[in-house]
Design a protein around this ligand. Structure first.
Ligand SMILES: Cc1cc2nc3c(=O)[nH]c(=O)nc-3n(C[C@H](O)[C@H](O)[C@H](O)COP(=O)(O)OP(=O)(O)OC[C@H]3O[C@@H](n4cnc5c(N)ncnc54)[C@H](O)[C@@H]3O)c2cc1C
Length: 378
């Protein structure tokens, strides 16, 4: 079917700035930009009908770092670098909270937890010993005297010990993205859904700016912010961004859920939380690293089977457990597993804010703001 003349010309696709990718980062970037430059015409181009990137496929942990993750980071990078990253995540969570209500986000301040199994007693002890130091560093960021506290009650005999993470929460990522997109629309930002932007080799750069072919017409903009995270390598193959699939299983409602809040286990490689009376479990990429380096969003039996087994054997032993839903989403890391985002100017008027790793909920508002500042400087 051909498009009519009216359909082709109904949309005005000439903007001062275009953000490609309508996930958390893209929408936050557009919102910050509009607040700072209210007279600019700003558009967000999103290939799906709502969002089908990591922002609507994640586990909804509003987290800033578990003790084992922070200790691992501190063994590889300077204190300033690690705590600077945590400070950005903490600030990002505050930005969510100040822009939206608890109801909008379905924010549940149930706290986070890191659990250790019996065979992890050495790691558990090292972590417990490090808590006073971690709390001292966190205090300068959060003004809270205590963020990490040894748990006095454990959710089962299979656990050796655990650490409660005060300040960690959970949200509904789909509702959060919906609220964010509504805020963009109310601010006068044009959201163009169902528009797939073509790879960079089909773009043109003219004296007026960039021309981006999309499946809904050509977008013209002086400035472009790429917020395509795990899909970036398909558009800019030479950028140092590697896709990484994450898979998740969700149980049917359970008669009782022994876990309320967000939980990190296996040194952060597994994460689980309650979703009402269900349990969501994801991760285990460390066991399937090569095959999970993909932007394919289909689940695999190997990974969902592994997760289901962990549910039965470790999380809910002796209980009848059945999985209701499974899904996968795409994260992005650096080629050497870098965790820091790729916030960079690549060409005149062309910026990226991609590569958020596994903790983009907290980072997105801050990275979006940094991208807006970059685009404004052009
Ligand atoms: C299974 C899983 C669990 C996770 N759990 C958590 C968690 O609990 N807590 C946490 O903090 N983080 C978690 N993450 C990571 C977090 O979801 C991401 O870091 C974050 O959502 C990235 O946001 P984004 O806006 O950069 O990317 P995305 O949400 O992926 O947005 C990119 C957007 O670009 C669009 N796009 C791509 N290509 C094109 C194109 N050619 N044209 C137009 N549009 C395009 C996509 O459709 C997508 O909507 C998880 C990720 C996964 C996959």
């Amino acid at each position: 079917m051909n498009s009519s003349y009216w359909e082709r010309t109904a949309l005005e696709l000439e903007w001062d700035a275009v953000i490609v990718g309508g996930g958390f980062v893209g929408c936050w970037a557009a919102l910050h930009l509009k607040r700072k430059k209210p007279h600019w015409k700003i558009g967000v181009v999103e290939r799906s009908a709502f969002g089908a990137g990591a922002s609507t496929r994640n586990a909804g942990f509003a987290c800033f770092g578990s003790p084992t993750e922070l200790l691992d980071d501190l063994s590889q990078a300077s204190e300033a670098h690690v705590w600077g990253r945590v400070e950005r995540r903490w600030r990002g969570l505050s930005l969510w909270r100040s822009a939206f209500s608890e109801h909008d986000l379905r924010w549940e301040p149930l706290g986070g937890h890191e659990l250790f199994r019996i065979h992890e007693s050495d790691l558990a002890q090292q972590t417990q010993d490090a808590l006073p130091g971690l709390n001292r560093s966190m205090k300068s960021i959060t003004s809270q005297g205590e963020v990490f506290r040894a748990m006095d009650q454990l959710p089962g005999k299979q656990w050796h010990s655990g650490v409660k993470i005060l300040g960690e929460a959970q949200l509904h990522p789909g509702k959060a993205l919906f609220a964010l997109q509504q805020a963009c629309q109310s601010a006068g930002i044009h959201l163009l859904f169902g528009a797939d932007v073509a790879p960079f080799d089909r773009w043109e750069h003219t004296t007026a700016g960039w021309l981006l072919p999309t499946s809904r017409g050509t977008v013209a903009a002086e400035r472009v912010g790429m917020c395509t995270n795990g899909a970036t390598s398909g558009l800019f193959p030479e950028w140092p961004v590697v896709p990484a699939r994450g898979q998740v299983v969700l149980t049917h409602p359970l008669p009782s859920v022994p876990y309320r809040g967000t939980f990190h286990a296996d040194a952060g490689y597994l994460y689980f939380r309650n979703v009402g009376d269900r349990l969501l479990l994801g991760g285990a990429r460390n066991h399937f690293r090569a095959q999970e380096q993909t932007d394919d969003r289909n689940t695999t039996e190997e990974v969902t089977g592994f997760l289901e087994q962990y549910l039965r054997d470790v999380l809910l032993p002796g209980l009848p457990v059945s999985v209701d839903q499974t899904w996968a989403g795409t994260m992005a890391f650096g080629p050497n597993n870098e965790k820091d985002p790729l916030l960079a100017q690549h060409k005149p008027g062309l910026w990226s804010a991609v590569r958020l790793g596994g903790m983009g909920v907290a980072l997105a508002p801050v990275l979006g703001e940094e991208l807006a500042v970059g685009l404004m400087g052009e």
